[in-house]
Write a protein that binds this ligand. Structure first.
Ligand code: BES
Ligand code: ZN
Ligand code: ZN
Length: 494
């Protein structure tokens, strides 16, 4: 779908169909032409109300306010309602208020995120016919209109939504078709098409050389060998260095601490952190952000077999710390331990790991919300405020010294599980903390995306399956760093 912005009046634009956003029941707005029909259909003009009038070729979609996430949702709802009508072009009026950027971006993101479908394995694919969406800024046109900011907003929103959809595609791919080797190939091919991006791939020998004993142990029982993936986007004169680390379990059976059948289904999604890190890097490169960005991924499978690592094993991580294995299903933290050691060697200004790490996080904050953990409150807050703008939900989970003590081991430096059943999301993060060198503690954030990364029913503008969790919040967050402190105008618009 292509997007065009114009100052032309919505009524004068030629298109097969029109989307009308109705704000908080305002059925008297000049863009509402069929008030009577809408009342008959019980369309109230509130969030999640949609009314498609096929004879008029108009679809009405409600919002409670012009909050940008409601706009994303309204556009996605409208496109869903007209999907079967096979239109080729559609037009939409933007309530631009005092700025043509925010709503334009939300319209584009809502359209692209909302119309994503994973149909690779469907024999009959439902065709998507809309080729063009024309966005009218007529409400803004009274003022001196420069279309450039709106065009730039479209281009940025397209990139952000497309790379989010790429993350969904990786996660939705079944485990046999997205093994560690295939995931590394995906990253390598992606890097070839991007400017200023390089990709290094390490195999088992590399893991041995790097003394990544924890990562190796998790990988050992799989017939698919592990891969270490390191992508770097390095533009000229980069201002800051962002390092993203992703958990890339292309399958998590639980290992010898085997998962029960119901919990094993959907564990192809245990590579969601990796998918997010790869897609964040793609987004950063395509947005040409003025930062050096790294994506470091530990990709492997957690399987069973005669050579599987086992409860009671003691592993040695890259930084020399010893880990007593008490549950092989707490494998993500073992892979991340070695990757985080490697990540701190890159001397990051910001270090963020993304992982479907714990079921406990889903219990704590629900399946739609990412758990945010770290030592620095300002850092947590800056990411969380960017997340809200991006449309992603976050909740902060607090560290404390008592939870930290629950990871003590009698025979090694640390145990891979907590001795208590409570606070599992936080104790998992506190385990990772052992692998962050002192100077980087305040620069580190841990994002537990176990809930939102993969939900087995539609929610908002997300489809059942993968949602690309983490991608939009991190890209919005990095973009916020591109503005200087007194550049308040841009900060507000973005
Ligand atoms: N990959 C799972 C976490 C998970 C659970 C992700 C549900 C998505 C949805 C992780 O490796 C795991 O199994 N964690 C265990 C930890 C426990 C053994 C301490 C868990 O959450 O039960
Ligand atoms: Zn597990
Ligand atoms: Zn896992």
């Amino acid at each position: 779908m292509k997007f065009n912005v114009t100052e032309e009046k919505i009524a004068d634009i030629q298109a097969d169909c029109e989307i009308v956003i109705v704000v908080d029941g305002a059925l008297d707005h000049k863009w509402v032409r069929e008030k009577g029909d809408l009342e008959t259909l019980d369309f109230k003009g509130k969030l999640d109300n949609v009314a498609f009038l096929p004879h008029q070729h108009r679809v009405y979609t409600g919002v409670d306010s012009l909050d940008r996430d409601e706009i994303r949702l309204a556009v996605a709802n409208a496109l869903k309602a007209i999907r079967k009508a096979k239109y080729r072009s559609i037009k939409i009026g933007s309530y631009v208020k005092d700025c043509p950027v925010t709503n334009t971006k939300a319209i584009v993101e809502g359209a692209l995120l909302g119309t994503y479908r994973y149909d690779r394995y469907k024999s009959e694919k439902e065709p998507f016919t809309i080729e063009e969406m024309i966005i009218s800024l007529e409400e803004y046109a009274g003022k001196t209109l420069n279309l450039d900011p709106a065009k730039k907003a479209v281009a940025e929103a397209e990139i952000i939504a497309e790379v989010t959809n790429h993350a969904k595609e990786i996660v939705n791919t079944p485990p046999e078709d997205m093994t560690p080797v295939l995931l590394a190939e995906y990253a390598y091919e992606m890097a070839k098409d991007l400017e200023n991006v390089t990709c290094f791939i390490g195999d088992e020998n590399f893991l041995e050389e790097e003394k990544m004993g924890a990562f190796l142990a998790v990988s050992r029982a799989s017939s698919h060998p592990p891969r270490f993936i390191h992508l770097v986007y390095k533009p000229e004169d980069a201002q800051k260095r962002f390092v993203f680390v992703g958990k890339g379990l292309t399958y998590d059976s639980g290992g010898l601490s085997l998962k029960p059948s119901e919990h094993m289904v959907s564990m192809k999604a245990d590579k969601s952190g990796a998918a997010a890190a790869i897609s964040i890097l793609e987004g950063a490169a395509r947005l040409k952000l003025p930062f050096e960005v790294h994506a470091i991924i530990g990709a492997c499978e957690n399987m069973i077999g005669g050579n599987a690592y086992k409860p009671d094993d003691v592993l040695v991580a890259r930084n020399g710390k010893t880990i007593e294995v008490r549950n092989t299903d707490a494998e993500g933290r073992l892979v991340l331990a070695d990757c985080l050691c490697y990540a701190t060697d890159q001397k990051p200004d910001y270090l963020v790991d993304l992982a479907t790490l714990t079921g406990a996080c889903v219990v704590a904050v629900g399946e739609y919300t990412t758990g945010v953990m770290g030592h620095s409150s300002p850092l947590k807050h800056s990411l969380m405020s960017a997340a809200t703008k991006s449309g992603e939900l976050t909740g902060s989970l607090p560290f404390n010294r008592y939870l930290k003590q629950l990871l003590k081991s009698n025979i090694a430096d640390i145990s891979n599980i907590s001795s208590s059943r409570y606070g599992g999301a936080i104790t998992a993060a506190l385990f990772l903390d052992n692998f962050i060198d002192e100077p980087y503690k305040e620069k580190w954030l841990h994002l537990d995306i176990a809930g939102p990364a993969y939900v087995e029913k539609d929610w908002g503008y997300n489809q059942a399956g993968a949602s690309g969790a983490g991608v939009r919040m991190c890209l919005y967050w990095m973009k916020e760093h591109t503005y200087t402190k007194n550049d308040t105008h841009h900060k507000k618009e973005q």
